[in-house]
Design a protein around this ligand. Structure first.
Ligand code: GRF
Length: 208
């Protein structure tokens, strides 16, 4: 990437533990990138407090102040463009993105989802996995397209499901994996080592 630093824009709605994991990874110099903007659709999101505590630029944009989803998303795009964002990372962003947003950053939006996609897309993925009775679940980092958790898979981590698990225990086990997988996937993208071939992503080896 030369001297130009790779700029991340992160969209959040809540807790922000994945955001913290990304910040930590940057601080440890495992991820050569800079968070130039964190945007939230929730005023009280703990993720925003985490930004303030660490001096990361962040902004709450109130969906109620805009005429609709398309207008709101265009405001997000404008803020992200103003900060020259190279990659948009969804980290617990609980609003669906409009087609306008997706086409503005085509191929440059990623998400982390707490299941092994294409199993259990959408809300409460951990509960869906428990209710279904699968013995393994995990998390997926994927490109975002117009569908719900349907874009090409970039990386996945697997965790076992035990008989004694409840939603909270499983969510915690998956979350630990999320916190190492997401920064790792972003790092690989920053290094330009992910190639999209149809629906498949091919990962090039380091220094190849
Ligand atoms: C994570 O489980 C993530 O997979 C999902 O939303 C949750 C966000 O958690 N998309 P946090 O805000 O990063 O703590």
């Amino acid at each position: 990437m030369g001297n130009k630093s790779f700029k991340l824009g992160i969209l959040v709605s809540g807790r922000g533990s994945n955001l913290s994991a990304i910040m930590d990874s940057i601080d440890r110099k495992e991820l050569n990138a800079e968070i130039t903007l964190v945007l939230s659709n929730k005023k009280e999101a703990p993720a925003l407090q985490k930004c303030r505590a660490r001096g990361i630029p962040s902004l709450f944009l109130d969906p109620k102040s805009y005429g609709g989803k398309a207008e709101y998303d265009l405001a997000l795009v404008k803020e992200l463009r103003a900060k020259s964002v190279d990659l948009v990372c969804l980290a617990g962003y609980m609003k669906l993105l409009s087609d306008e947003f997706i086409s503005s950053f085509r191929g440059k939006i990623i998400n982390i989802h707490p299941s092994l996609l294409p199993s259990f897309p959408g809300l409460s993925a951990q509960k869906q996995a428990l209710d279904y009775g699968v013995k393994f679940s995990g998390c997926t980092v994927h490109f975002v397209d117009e569908g719900i958790d349907t874009g090409p898979v970039i990386m996945q981590s697997v965790v076992p499901i035990y008989d004694a698990d409840d939603e909270e225990k499983l969510s915690q086990r998956i979350l630990e994996q999320e916190h190492s997988l997401y920064p790792k996937a972003i790092h690989t993208l920053v290094e330009g080592r992910i190639q999209l071939e149809g629906r498949r992503t091919i990962q090039k080896a380091e220094n190849s």
